[in-house]
Design a protein around this ligand. Sequence first.
Ligand code: NAP
Length: 307
Amino acid sequence: MSVIYERVALIGLGLIASSMGHAMKRDGIVGEVVGFAKTQETRETALKLGFLDSVAESAADAVIDADLVVICVPVGAMETVAREIGPHLKSGATVTDVGSVKQAVIDVVGPHLPDGVHFVPGHPLAGTEHSGPSAGFADLFKNRWCVLTPLSGGDVDASARLRGFWEALGANVEIMTPDHHDLVLAVTSHAPHLIAYTMVGVADDLSRVTDKEVVDFSAAGFRDFTRIAASDPTMWRDVFLNNKEATLEILGRFTEELFDLQRAIRRGDGQQLHDYFTRTRAIRRGIIDAGQDTDAGNFGRGDGGAK
Ligand code: NAP
């Protein structure tokens, strides 16, 4: 494969950055990768893992001369990073991010980037419940979606080049407006995570009554919830704080439907329950047919689901 960017800077060296680094190195799609993370420990681990050529002592140092800068920190830390790197970016460089929320990131990052630097926000819909530099693997993005939300009036060539970069990492790229992205993700990822966190919290409360039975006899449905509810607390706190409106809108609708089903159970309305479950089963089939999950016993989640 040919080189798409000569020098890439990864700011934040966790699951997403390390997966990008491994894929870039394996496929030779960039010349050099330099990285920075907040702690010395993460920087040293990342260097040992070999998905970078070097680590810098600051975010500002890391972006010097970089053609592509990828901000891979939790959404709540993006403004700090943008403020720090802004004055040190090379003219003509592209800055992107991988944050799970788009409008809030655009609002806080955009103002810190100088003229002549191209900002193309992004979000790979791929992840696992694991975090940190050791959690990454080169195939994380294979056949997963990556959403780009280019700014209106932004540089078309910079977006096209970034698109080619994500495709080279194995992803399928979709373009959306930031608001649309935030609503879609509230439905497909953010609200489901909150529901999983709640379900596991309820079971935890219950386990005090039932002497660990919840853990010992945990059935597939609950086990799936616990996997999702094991996701990184910092990342998910930031997602909810920064995609407030869309998440609350979806949770409002969810609550209404839940009450409706609750009523059907109380009334013994088997027809309503059966019709509802038949409709939802078809959605599952559609996801498998689209290649976004498998019928495997572990639900194909060893390789990471969409986040
Ligand atoms: P992660 O594994 O927890 O890694 C986060 C990294 O950010 C760590 O290396 C951390 O450094 C670094 N960091 C935090 N604050 C920083 C700062 N102020 N300056 C420099 N580095 C800082 O996180 P992740 O799962 O890769 O997620 C990163 C981003 O991707 C988030 O915005 C998330 O919303 C998005 N995303 C996540 C997933 C997923 O499933 N995990 C999927 C798609 C998108 P230290 O280790 O030194 O603290």
